[in-house]
Design a protein around this ligand. Structure first.
Ligand SMILES: CC(C)(COP(=O)(O)OP(=O)(O)OC[C@H]1O[C@@H](n2cnc3c(N)ncnc32)[C@H](O)[C@@H]1OP(=O)(O)O)[C@@H](O)C(=O)NCCC(=O)NCCS
Length: 477
C-alpha cells in the first residue's frame, strides 16, 4: 500500500524492506488506496513465494538513487549505485508465463469522500485536473507493466518506458465523484506490452468494503462498463537498465473467453496502428480527396484575405492560435533511467493545449480524447523542454470540437541543439458555443490541418469500436 502515486514514478520491480506494521501505518495516513502493488501470481506451477523477499516486494518507486549521488558521482568521477554491464551479463534472462490477473492493479481516488485528496486535484472551475489524472494513468500503466515483467528471480536489471499512449477516450462526469483506476497487461509482443487502463465512478465507495473484498475482483478485466469515464491504451517497452536495449518480456497466457476477447482487441488495435503509420503524412502525400479539399481551403483563404486581415469570429488563422511554454526539466520528475517521466510530459502538454483551446474558443473547454502520443526519444533531466501548441483543425459553426497539437522539443543547454521528442494531439470541445473554423495559410500548415482532420476521423472510428466493445460487455453482464 502506498502513500501516494508519486511513489510509482520511478517504477521498477524493487525489493524494499517495508515491514507489515509500516504498511499499515502508511495505509492509515493515505488519502487513496492502491491494491495489487505487491506480487500476485496465479500460475500454480511456480512457487516463488519461497524467495525471502517475495512478500516484501513493492512495484514502486522510491528514488533508486538520490540525485545528490549523481552530483557526487560527477565530482568524484566514479560511479555510484550504477550496476556494471559485466554484472548484467552474468544473469540468464528467464521468462515466466503470466496471466492478465497477475499484472492487475487498482487505485481508488475518493475525491468525493476525501476533501484532502480533492484539494490536490481541484481546478479553479471546481473540476478535476485532467493533467494530474494523466500522470496517475502513466504511473499506474508503468507499475502494471513492471509487475508483468517481474520474474521473481535475479536477472538482468530491467525497467519499462512508455513508448506510446495509443488512444484515450474521456467521458468525465461534471460532478465530483469517487473514482477507481484499474488496469492490466492485455497483450504482449517481444519486448512491448499493451496495457489497458480504465477510470470508473464508484457510487458506493467504502474503503473498508474494498479492503475486505477479493483481489483481483471477479470483473477485473479492463473492458469499459456503464461506469467507465476514461479508457486508455498504453504501449510500454521493457528495457535493460544498463544497456538501454529492449528485452523480451514474460509471455501472456489467456484463460477465459473474456481474456481472449480483450487480448484480440488489443492485437487488432496494434495492427490498425501499424497500418495507419504507413499512410502517415510524414511518409506519404495527401490523397486525391485531401488535395481537392486543400484547394477549396485555398479558395476560402483567398476570399478571406480580401475581406479581412485578421481572424474573424467565424474563421481564425491557424498561426493566430499559437502558444508556447518552456520548462527546465528537474530531477523530481525523473524515472529510473534519469529521464523525465512520460506522465509529467503529458500533463504539461495537456495544460498548454487546454490554455490554447480556451484562448481560441473564448470560453471554458473540455478534453474529449487524447490521440496517439509517441515518445520517440527520452527527455533528459536538466534539459529545456519547449512546448509549442496550436489549434490545427476545427470545422466551425455548428461544431464545438477542435484538434490541438503540441510539439515537444528538447534543447540541450550545453550545445544549444533542439530535438523533437513527441507530438501530442488532443480533441477538445468548447462548453457552450460553436468554435470558429481554422484556416491554414502555408503548405506546412495545410499538412497539419490534414493531420488534425485525420485524427478527428480516426477518433470517431475508435470511439465506435470502443462503444461496440462496451455494448458486448454490457450484454454479458
Ligand atoms: C520506446 C523505445 C525504447 C523504443 O525504442 P526502439 O529503438 O524503437 O526499440 P526496438 O526497435 O527494440 O522496439 C522495441 C519494441 O517497442 C515497440 N515500439 C517502439 N516504438 C513504438 C511505438 N511508438 N508504439 C508502440 N510500440 C513501439 C516495437 O514494436 C518493439 O516491440 P516488440 O519488441 O514487442 O516487437 C524508444 O523509442 C525510447 O526510448 N523512447 C522514449 C521513451 C520515453 O522516454 N518515454 C517517456 C518516459 S518513460
Amino acid at each position: 500500500m502506498l502513500r501516494s502515486i508519486a511513489h510509482l514514478r520511478n517504477y521498477s520491480p524493487r525489493t524494499t524492506a517495508v515491514s507489515a506494521s509500516k504498511k499499515v501505518r502508511l495505509l492509515a495516513t493515505c488519502t487513496r488506496q492502491i491494491r495489487g502493488a505487491q506480487p500476485s501470481l496465479s500460475e500454480a506451477n511456480h512457487d516463488f513465494t519461497q524467495f525471502e523477499n517475495f512478500t516484501k516486494k513493492l512495484y514502486t518507486a522510491r528514488p533508486v538513487a538520490f540525485w545528490m549521488d549523481k552530483i557526487l558521482e560527477k565530482e568524484n568521477k566514479k560511479s555510484v549505485n550504477v550496476p556494471s554491464p559485466s554484472l548484467a551479463n552474468q544473469y540468464e534472462h528467464v521468462t515466466v508465463n503470466k496471466t492478465m490477473s497477475d499484472s492487475y492493479m487498482e487505485e481508488f481516488l475518493p475525491f468525493k469522500s476525501s476533501p484532502k485528496l480533492l484539494d490536490e486535484y481541484i481546478t479553479t472551475g471546481g473540476k478535476i485536473r485532467i493533467g494530474k489524472i494523466l500522470e496517475d494513468l502513466d504511473a499506474l500503466a508503468a507499475a502494471i507493466s513492471c509487475k508483468h515483467i517481474d520474474t521473481f528471480v535475479a536477472g538482468p536489471p530491467m525497467t519499462v518506458v512508455t513508448a506510446s499512449v495509443d488512444r484515450m477516450e474521456l467521458l468525465m462526469p461534471n460532478t465530483v465523484q469517487d473514482l477507481k483506476l484499474s488496469g492490466h497487461v492485455a497483450h504482449v509482443g517481444k519486448s512491448s506490452m499493451e496495457v489497458f487502463v480504465k477510470l470508473e465512478t464508484m457510487p458506493d465507495y467504502d474503503p473498508e468494503v474494498v479492503e475486505a473484498s477479493a483481489f483481483p475482483p471477479s470483473d477485473f478485466i479492463a473492458e469499459p462498463t456503464s461506469n467507465t469515464v476514461l479508457f486508455a491504451r498504453f504501449t510500454m517497452v521493457a528495457i535493460d537498465s544498463v544497456t538501454g536495449q529492449s528485452v523480451r518480456v514474460n509471455p501472456l497466457v489467456t484463460r477465459t473467453d473474456k481474456e481472449k476477447r480483450i487480448a484480440e482487441y488489443a492485437k487488432d488495435c496494434k495492427a490498425h496502428k501499424r497500418l495507419l503509420g504507413e499512410s502517415d503524412l510524414s511518409k506519404a502525400p495527401p490523397t486525391e480527396d485531401e488535395r481537392l479539399m486543400l484547394h477549396n481551403i485555398y479558395m476560402d483563404y483567398s476570399k478571406e484575405n480580401k475581406t479581412s486581415t485578421a481572424s474573424s469570429t467565424a474563421t481564425v488563422w491557424m498561426e493566430d492560435t499559437k502558444l508556447q511554454s518552456v520548462f527546465l526539466m528537474q530531477p523530481q520528475d525523473r524515472n529510473i533511467q534519469n529521464k523525465v517521466f512520460g506522465g509529467y510530459l503529458m500533463r504539461r502538454a495537456y495544460e498548454l493545449a487546454h490554455a490554447t483551446g480556451s484562448v481560441y474558443a473564448k470560453c471554458p473547454v473540455n478534453l474529449l480524447a487524447l490521440d496517439e502520443i509517441i515518445f520517440k526519444k527520452p527527455v533528459p533531466v536538466g534539459s529545456l523542454l519547449n512546448l509549442s501548441s496550436q489549434v490545427i483543425y476545427a470545422q466551425g459553426d455548428p461544431h464545438k470540437s477542435f484538434q490541438v497539437s503540441v510539439a515537444a522539443e528538447v534543447t540541450d543547454v550545453e550545445t544549444g541543439t533542439m530535438d523533437l521528442t513527441n507530438t501530442f494531439h488532443f480533441t477538445l470541445a468548447a462548453e457552450d458555443k460553436p468554435v470558429p473554423k481554422i484556416l491554414p495559410k502555408t503548405y506546412a500548415e495545410s499538412i497539419l490541418y490534414l493531420e488534425g482532420k485525420r485524427k478527428r476521423e480516426q477518433g470517431v472510428q475508435a470511439k465506435e469500436q470502443l462503444l461496440s466493445l462496451m455494448s458486448t460487455t454490457l450484454e454479458d453482464q
